[in-house]
Write a protein that binds this ligand. Structure first.
Ligand code: C2E
Ligand code: MG
Ligand code: MG
Ligand code: MG
Length: 282
């Protein structure tokens, strides 16, 4: 089976029309062993506060290196896990690993706030709130060190239930961000209905912000709307200094992207630039 897998991967390098389907099947076949052998790790990407210069908030991003498939992007395997139901157990692993890491940073005297991506499929069950709150309690991590990012890849099937669960997280002191804003199922209605603290503007709107007047206007519109609603704005996928300059001019609060840092292993994160008052309290 291993040999056959390798041959298939090689063939997939060409322009084969069946390639995405075959790769999808391969990923599904490799997932059980990835769980068994604990091949999932987390990388962390810093976010830069454009007002204070603080870089202590990071986003946790799943990484999977498979012996047959090589590196598999979460953009590929998360949608598969959402369909298979594996999203619930990977979600629990992410929650526990993030809490352990947040505790290590607290113990080392370099506290960082961590964003956890949560799929709407996870919100469809009632498990995720208690899983998160009990992991925080078990590891002694203050809830205000956690930011939940609602990814918008899948539609929120039970909106009232999702709102209720997000509200419980918020009441516990966790902040809530709407991820990939402007794409997929995210809309003005989501800004109105979800209990949010932060809106993350999708990279596709940031990409040409410095060359497309239309994109700059759209981003300005999102920033002004979010601010009017009392929300902070994060720009995703900032790669060039001119994008960062423009985002500052437009009043964007936070920037994330390869320009600031790629997602890296916890030990490779850049040192903290400033301590936020929030973190001084602990
Ligand atoms: P996301 O939450 O929107 O995360 C941002 C993605 O953009 C990450 O891709 C990150 O590596 C990438 N990125 C950041 N800055 C730049 C940049 O300047 N240029 C470019 N080209 N890319 C940049 P990644 O790590 O491949 O993750 C893809 C998506 O998979 C995430 O998008 C998120 O929706 C999902 N995901 C990742 N980890 C988890 C997880 O633990 N749980 C769930 N439910 N979803 C996850
Ligand atoms: Mg995210
Ligand atoms: Mg995003
Ligand atoms: Mg995204």
């Amino acid at each position: 089976a291993k040999q056959a897998g390798k041959r298939q991967v090689a063939r997939l390098d060409g322009h084969d029309e069946a390639a995405p389907i075959a790769r999808n099947a391969l990923i599904r076949r490799r997932l059980p062993s990835a769980f068994e052998t604990r091949r999932f790790t987390l990388h962390y990407q810093p976010q830069l506060d454009l007002v204070s210069g603080d870089n202590s908030t990071v986003e946790a991003l799943l990484r999977w290196t498979d012996s047959e498939l090589g590196m598999v992007s979460p953009a590929e395997f998360i949608p598969i896990m959402e369909l298979s139901g594996d999203i619930h157990r990977i979600g629990l692993r992410v929650i526990n690993e993030v809490c352990m890491q947040a505790r290590r940073w607290l113990d080392a005297g370099v506290p960082r706030r961590v964003g956890i991506n949560v799929s709407p499929v996870q919100l469809a069950t009632r498990r995720v709130v208690s899983e998160l709150l009990s992991a925080l309690a078990r590891h002694g991590v203050p809830p205000d060190l956690i930011q939940v990012e609602i990814t918008e890849g899948a539609a929120i099937t039970n909106l009232p239930r999702a709102i209720g669960q997000l509200q419980q997280l918020r009441d516990a002191g966790i902040s809530i961000a709407l991820d990939d804003y402007g794409t997929g199922f995210s809309s003005l209605a989501m800004l109105r209905n979800l209990p949010l603290n932060i809106v993350k503007i999708d990279k596709s709107f940031i990409d040409n912000i410095d060359t497309s007047a239309a994109d700059a206007l759209l981003v300005r519109g999102v920033i002004d709307t979010a601010h009017a609603l009392g929300l902070k704005v994060t720009a995703e996928g900032v790669e060039r200094p001119c994008q960062l300059r423009l985002l500052r001019e437009l009043g964007c609060d936070i920037a994330q992207g390869f320009l600031i840092s790629r997602p890296v292993a916890p030990d490779d994160l850049p040192p903290l630039t400033a301590r936020t008052p929030l973190l001084e309290w602990h």
